[in-house]
Design a protein around this ligand. Structure first.
Ligand SMILES: Nc1ncnc2c1ncn2[C@@H]1O[C@H](COP(=O)(O)OP(=O)(O)OP(=O)(O)O)[C@@H](O)[C@H]1O
Length: 424
């Protein structure tokens, strides 16, 4: 039975105010395990979930722009891998990251410390997700490894891969949980609940989107780490959708939309935390509120990603019109195909990507520069010569900004969290 445990807080800290120094009572939440839950989902919400799953599937099957979505979606992981308090990291434009990444790939010094640090976080998220998605089975050990990788580049790497041994809480005073918005289970109650959660993640009791939503909510409810629960919980959504095969190539940015609707997000998590008997109707009713929010966020993430895919298609069609005749399978033709996924190139990297000699590739690049499609830049301390498709980077910034607008359009409602500035 899910319940609140009333516990006494013995003060440890010399807090600033009398209230912070004081001890007192608090309610820690103890959820039910997930195993054997007979979750009842009403028809309208089941239909919402089916629609959202179909949208994710369609996005993953989207022929030509599929590779492009995958290519740039890596940068979307920035907001999932950088703590939400890191404003500078969240507001760094994708062009800046792509340039730093290119300089690093060339063995140089990008001279942009912030971008290098963000890239490190993205890599950590990327490898944590890959590791967990490809592991033959998923259990606590895999989750600890994911957390270790995620925390490696954080200010507190020593917290990585360790289940907390102390009580934590969300909101209220920093000194005691007595005024907290939510208090997760006490540390000594975590072990069986974590085993239960990862058995659920490894199974297929529910459809993939339901599983991702419930795994995320139960994970945030347990808050098993001293830090990095947000990052690990966001990674878990990707892991479930990949492991279940719903999103083999591209996971839509669901948690970015949830971050844009913080009130709905927290209300959904709170509704999920029912109090009462394990099989009672209150449990399913609370979970259904959360599932509705999660399905809506998924559909919105897919719509925004679809729109971005359409804009890419329109842009490349416009480029072809500007260029006039482009011979099929020529270096130019192939370059136009790879650019949406890799908008910053050198002659060498482009030559590898299009499978043509360097002189042929250089000719094609020059043609695109003459047409205003590519711009030459010098990057990094070494001043490497690169070619950049500015319009693609701008579209991507537009996608990031739209995702941060509660209504999906920054002209109607501005972004409500830090995002890159609109390109000038
Ligand atoms: N009321 C709540 N109940 C349960 N979980 C919550 C609640 N409010 C926020 N959360 C979750 O807690 C996370 C923050 O936990 P924590 O500070 O450990 O994570 P983080 O990865 O360090 O930070 P961030 O999410 O800001 O990157 C949020 O991202 C959110 O997923």
């Amino acid at each position: 039975m899910a319940e609140h445990l009333q516990l006494r807080w013995e003060p440890h800290h010399d807090g600033l105010s009398r209230r912070d120094r004081a001890g007192g009572f608090y309610d820690a939440y103890l959820p039910d395990p997930l195993a054997g839950w007979d979750l009842t989902i009403p028809a309208d919400v089941a239909a919402d979930i089916a629609d959202a799953e179909a949208a994710v599937r369609a996005l993953n099957q989207r022929g030509t722009t599929h590779v492009s979505l995958e290519g740039l979606a890596r940068f979307l992981l920035r907001a999932e891998s950088v703590g939400s308090s890191r404003i500078e990291g969240l507001a760094a434009a994708s062009g800046r990251l792509a340039r730093a990444e290119t300089a690093l790939a060339l063995g140089g010094d990008p001279r942009d410390r912030v971008a290098v640090e963000i890239l490190g976080n993205i890599d950590a998220m990327d490898s944590a997700i890959t590791l967990a998605s490809e592991a033959p089975s998923f259990g606590l050990e895999e989750q600890l490894e994911v957390h270790r990788v995620l925390m490696e580049r954080s200010p507190t790497p020593e917290l990585g891969g360790q289940v907390r041994a102390v009580q934590n809480w969300i909101g209220g005073s920093s000194y005691n949980p007595c005024s907290a918005a939510f208090v997760p289970p006490p540390p000594e109650r975590l072990a069986p609940l974590l085993d239960d959660l990862f058995a659920y993640v490894d199974g297929d009791d529910h459809s993939p989107l339901v599983q991702a939503a419930i795994a995320h909510a139960q994970f945030e409810t347990l808050h098993p780490f001293a830090d990095g629960n947000g990052r690990a919980g966001r990674a878990l959504i990707h892991v479930v959708l990949r492991r279940r095969g719903l999103a083999p190539g591209f996971v839509p940015p669901i948690s970015l939309v949830l971050a844009t609707w913080p009130d709905d997000y927290v209300a959904g998590l709170s509704a999920f935390r029912h109090v009462g008997p394990r099989g009672g109707p209150g449990r399913s009713a609370g979970a259904v509120d959360w599932l509705r929010t999660f399905a809506t966020a998924t559909r919105r993430a897919c719509t925004d990603a679809e729109r971005y895919g359409d804009q890419l298609t329109e842009l490349t069609a416009r480029w072809r019109e500007t260029l006039g005749r482009v011979r099929a399978n020529s270096a130019t033709d192939r370059l136009l195909r790879v650019l949406p996924g890799v908008p910053i190139l050198t002659v060498e990297s482009a030559s590898r990507l299009v499978g043509r000699t360097r002189p042929r590739t250089a000719e094609a690049i020059n043609r695109l520069v003459d047409a205003g499609i590519l711009e030459q830049r010098n990057i990094g301390r070494e001043r490497y010569r690169v070619f950049e498709a500015r319009e693609i980077l701008e579209l991507f910034t537009g996608l990031e900004r739209a995702l941060a607008s509660p209504v999906g359009d920054t002209r109607l409602e501005p972004p409500n969290r830090p995002v890159p500035r609109r390109p000038r």
